[in-house]
Write a protein that binds this ligand. Structure first.
Ligand SMILES: [Zn+2]
Length: 59
């Protein structure tokens, strides 16, 4: 089991723990933040594609 350091209280917590057992702060890793950004970009991309297709269909 890998250990990681809590960004908030610097406690050693399991890398599988979703939140720090010491301070209760949810582990927000770079990857989870990246996942959020990717989701937003995907949503924006889908919307952009949809509006493009809608315009193309109008002609
Ligand atoms: Zn903590």
């Amino acid at each position: 089991m890998a250990l990681t350091t809590c960004m908030e209280c610097k406690a050693q917590i399991s890398s599988k723990a979703k939140a720090c057992p010491q301070c209760g702060k949810p582990r927000s890793t770079f990857l989870t933040e990246l996942g959020c950004v990717v989701l937003v970009l995907l949503a924006l991309g889908a919307w952009f594609l949809y509006s493009c297709l809608k315009e193309a269909a109008a002609f």
